[in-house]
Design a protein around this ligand. Structure first.
Ligand SMILES: C=C(O[C@@H]1C=C(C(=O)O)C=C[C@H]1O)C(=O)O
Length: 183
């Protein structure tokens, strides 16, 4: 069996044992990345059928500037934190694009309710930013670019996919989001 297969099997077994959270020291951070790609469904629902584009560079700059400022206050490397959030943003847009394609092809799947981006959806993302920054701080030591970190990242990611029953779109987005976790 290939190493990746063994790790997937191990992740599934550990998830069943833990049952609640993705496994290991990167479990919480991975959980937050999952939440962020799931909120992308609300973002897409807020924008689809309106003139609001998927890409909003001004909002991205606002998110990343905030991350740099607050990570410096926390004693995190600002550029590293910004790089992690850049991946979160790309993952979010990947889900939005996937849902747009799905909903264009199957209009009956378009959500009935259109949440308000500014007052309902972005505040959720802002709260996640705070939680993710705190978790980046808590996991600073484990997130060095080592094999140990890569193994923990794989285990947490695979267990999150099982635990949250992610479809292929959100699984791919999570993988994008976790790309640079071991800095
Ligand atoms: C989530 C949004 O869509 C995109 C993704 C962003 C993000 O992940 O933070 C920010 C701006 C947009 O480019 C949004 O418009 O708020």
């Amino acid at each position: 069996m290939a190493l990746s297969e063994i790790m997937k099997t191990l992740a599934v077994a550990l998830t069943l044992a833990a049952s609640l959270h993705p496994v290991g020291p990167l479990g919480e951070l991975t959980d937050l990345a999952v939440k962020r790609v799931q909120v992308a469904d609300l973002v897409a629902a807020a924008k689809f059928g309106t003139t609001q584009p998927i890409d909003d560079p001004a909002r991205e700059k606002q998110v990343l500037d905030g991350v740099r400022t607050r990570s410096a206050e926390l004693g995190l490397d600002p550029e590293n934190a910004a790089r992690f959030f850049r991946a979160q943003i790309e993952a979010n847009k990947l889900v939005q694009r996937g849902l747009y394609a799905r909903w264009t092809e199957h209009p009956e799947e378009v959500p009935q309710h259109r949440p308000d981006l500014g007052t309902e959806v972005r505040p959720i993302l802002d709260r996640l930013t705070t939680d993710i920054l705190a978790e980046l701080k808590d996991t600073e030591q484990i997130r060095r670019p080592t094999l140990r970190c890569e193994v923990h990242a794989t285990i947490a990611e695979r267990s999150a996919v099982v635990l949250h029953r992610l479809d292929r779109l959100h699984e791919n987005a999570l993988s994008e989001a976790m790309r640079g976790v071991c800095f």
